[in-house]
Design a protein around this ligand. Structure first.
Ligand code: F3S
Length: 702
């Protein structure tokens, strides 16, 4: 979608270095080799488009199986002191290299690609002081730092903030361990997350053939690449974490901020109805798929094998983060040991982390629990099954759970029965030969002796692209050139129907679900058929199965899928708005969640509060994201209400000025409420032009 928007901006080529990465579409099923073969055939049209657009516009293209975007960036582009924006919310991963990485929507990326100033509200800074040392002797790892922080700050506690780490504990972490923390800072809604330059970064740069950058960085290690002197006194807040006493954690289900210290997980399970038996364990994703992570997994597998436990008990899916990690782990014998233990080696891509999981072992709607080293665990995130209870943890704990097959297992205190005569545990149905085995904490190896780059799947930018064209078939159901949105018209918000009142958590996964819908990410019309189909509608009782994804058509009075109702209203020229709850649009930077309501005729989203990226995405697409000044007004919006916004027309809306919402109920008298908006002058121009892209075209390209 970012490329489609760039194409429609009409520039001849990108003006800052840009890369495109094919990692999200590859379905995890049989294992790396077959899955990639299937992806290359199923998505040929999309990959051809990406490749041709990259060539045409001077962009580097990483083909499927090169690796997950953030890992490839870490290995090739991240450097201390840099700034990178990416159309994925886990772009802060680069903070493990002392680089400020910020997740944005595609149209923000288009600004940068066009060399226009990219902007965001100046964030606050939360200092996180790490004391002690991270040595993993009590099973803790860098994942536990961020899982603990998520528990402290919640999924919205980092909003508008950069998390900056400092303190002596920082020196005890490897670069990829720091990247794990920064990566998952997206789960607390922060703008970014960063570590100061350390020698671990220098070691990583040298190991990835960038020693020259390390030498340059060393020259600035006490100045430009260190926190300013006295900064501890000027952080907006400080949180302290002692790594010596940091307990391993398991977070979930359904939200990454429900954080359980391992010692209390059994209790949490006993108090809940979460399934204790695990159906799968997974190691991978951009968060935890480094060489160090895989080596820790191998270490545990080897311990179990030596003790007589040859195989994991449940399906164990492992994805190396990149081709380089895959090739190195293969060369070092790690992957072979994992295969022998029964692991399925997936391709170096997102797979189950983003719903690309062809799962046959569990039926849709069947209650089950999975655990992974991933970052996100919203309902349906991995397998489109809202009954899957997903927990996130470190790779080492995910591995221990793969052997135990149960969530109430604590590898620090519990032992596993050793099967008779080397027969696998699953075959013995729990009958033990009397002996038991307890894991020791895995030993970690920060870097391999030497990285093996593996197969080169990179397509470098082309210098002369004047004769090249971009492959988009006009008949395609997956790719569609964008038609510019209409500019703002007077009266747009003077009589809006309420499409639905969203109840509770509404992430971008609820607004525009992933999984099979990913096939239509380049086709706005088709992907719009998924708008809000996972959202809970407060206008329909929860006991009615249609309360999710359905709404009442205010014109016909019939209940239908939300996108179908929106489309019907658009065809009748009826304007509409959505009422949202708190932190509306949290999660990924998926801009389809903003494009779809705009495309289907939406004018405003009025919520208790917004997640940062989504709020900007809505503004960029010419929509009005507004927040209730008094949160209790949210509850007062009823089915059949009509809304008029006063103060949004030309010359009326201005930075900081509140909007008046007039509500005309079906019965009863009109009432008013105050709404807040965060538009600044430039963003008001986007609104007037119909979108930020229209504004670029109207100004820059004239
Ligand atoms: Fe991919 Fe999951 Fe990361 S979708 S980019 S592996 S968060």
């Amino acid at each position: 979608m970012a490329l489609l928007q760039f194409i429609s901006a009409g520039l001849p080529e990108v003006r800052v270095p840009t890369t495109v990465h094919s990692d999200h579409l590859i379905i995890a099923d049989k294992g790396a080799k077959e899955d990639i073969k299937r992806a290359v055939s199923d998505h040929k049209e999309v990959y051809d488009f990406l490749s041709s657009a990259a060539k045409k516009y001077g962009i580097g293209y990483w083909r499927p199986e090169s690796g997950i975007i953030h890992v490839v960036i870490f290995e090739n582009y991240a450097f201390p002191g840099g700034l990178i924006i990416g159309t994925d919310s886990h772009t802060p991963n680069a903070g493990g290299m002392g680089m400020l990485g910020i997740g944005v929507g595609g149209s923000d990326a288009v600004d940068a690609m066009a060399d226009m100033p990219w902007e965001l509200v100046c964030p606050k800074v939360t200092g996180v002081k790490l004391t002690g040392k991270l040595v993993g002797s009590n099973w803790n790892s860098s994942k536990d730092i961020i899982c603990k922080l998520a528990g402290i700050l919640s999924v919205s506690g980092g909003k508008g903030k950069i998390i900056e780490f400092f303190g002596p504990g920082v020196q005890s972490m490897g670069a990829t361990a720091m990247a794990t923390v920064c990566n998952m800072s997206a789960e607390i809604g922060s703008t970014s997350c960063i570590f100061p330059y350390t020698q671990a970064m220098a070691r990583y740069l040298s190991a990835t053939k960038r020693a020259e950058i390390a030498r340059t960085a060393d020259r600035f290690k006490d100045t430009l690449l260190a926190a300013d002197e006295g900064s501890e006194n000027s952080y907006d807040e400080i949180i302290e974490i002692n790594l010596d006493t940091l307990e391993p954690r398991v977070n979930g289900p359904f939200t990454p901020d429900l954080s359980h210290p391992l010692s209390r997980l059994k209790h949490a399970l006993s108090e809940s109805d979460w399934p204790v038996e695990l159906s799968s364990s997974m190691v991978g994703s951009c968060t935890n798929s480094s060489y160090e992570d895989l080596e820790k997994v191998r270490h545990l597998v080897a311990q179990a094998k030596t003790a007589g436990i040859a195989k994991v008990k449940i399906p164990f899916l492992v994805s190396p983060g990149s081709e380089q990690i895959h090739a190195t782990a293969e060369a070092d014998g790690i992957l072979q040991e994992l295969r022998e233990a029964g692991a399925t080696l997936l391709s170096s891509s997102c797979g189950p982390c983003v719903g690309q999981w062809d799962r046959a072992d569990v039926r849709k709607g069947e209650k089950n629990s999975v655990i992974s080293s991933y970052n996100r665990n919203f309902a349906g995130r991995h397998d489109s099954n809202p009954a899957t209870h997903s927990f996130v943890t470190s790779p080492e704990l995910a591995t221990a759970f793969a052997f135990a097959g149960r969530l109430d297992f604590n590898p620090i205190t519990d032992s596993l029965p050793v099967p008779r005569n080397g027969v696998s545990l699953s075959d013995t149905a729990g009958t033990a030969a009397g002996s038991t085995f307890r894991f020791r904490p895995p030993v970690s190896t920060e870097l391999p002796r030497a990285f093996d780059p593996g197969e080169n799947r990179y397509q470098a930018p082309v210098t002369d692209a004047s004769n090249l064209s971009v492959a988009i078939d006009p008949q395609s159901d997956r790719l569609q050139r964008l038609t510019p949105f209409e500019p703002w018209a007077r009266g747009n918000a003077s009589r809006m129907e309420v499409l639905l009142r969203v109840k509770g958590k509404c992430t971008t996964d609820h607004i525009s679900p992933a999984g099979p819908w990913y096939n239509y990410r380049g086709h706005l019309e088709n992907i719009s058929n998924n708008m809000l189909i996972a959202a809970q509608n407060a206008f329909i009782p929860e006991s009615d199965p249609r309360s999710r994804g359905h709404t009442l058509n205010p014109v016909t009075g019939k209940v239908d899928l939300i996108p179908a109702v929106a489309k019907d209203l658009r065809s009748k020229g009826v304007k509409w708005c959505i009422i949202g709850d708190s932190n509306y649009g949290e999660g990924s930077s998926r801009e389809h969640a903003a494009l779809e309501p705009r495309f289907l005729g939406g004018v405003a989203i009025i919520a208790r509060s917004f997640a940062r990226i989504h709020e900007t995405n809505l503004k960029k697409q010419g929509m009005l994201p507004l927040t209730f000044n008094d949160w209790s007004d949210y509850d007062k919006i009823k089915l059949g209400d009509r809304i008029e916004l006063v103060g949004v027309e030309h010359g009326e809306i201005r930075p900081g000025k509140r909007i008046i919402m007039k509500v005309r109920p079906k019965e009863g008298s009109v009432w008013k409420a105050m709404l807040n908006q965060s538009f600044h002058w430039k963003q008001i121009e986007w609104l007037r032009a119909g979108s930020a892209l229209n504004h670029i075209k109207n100004t820059t390209l004239k």
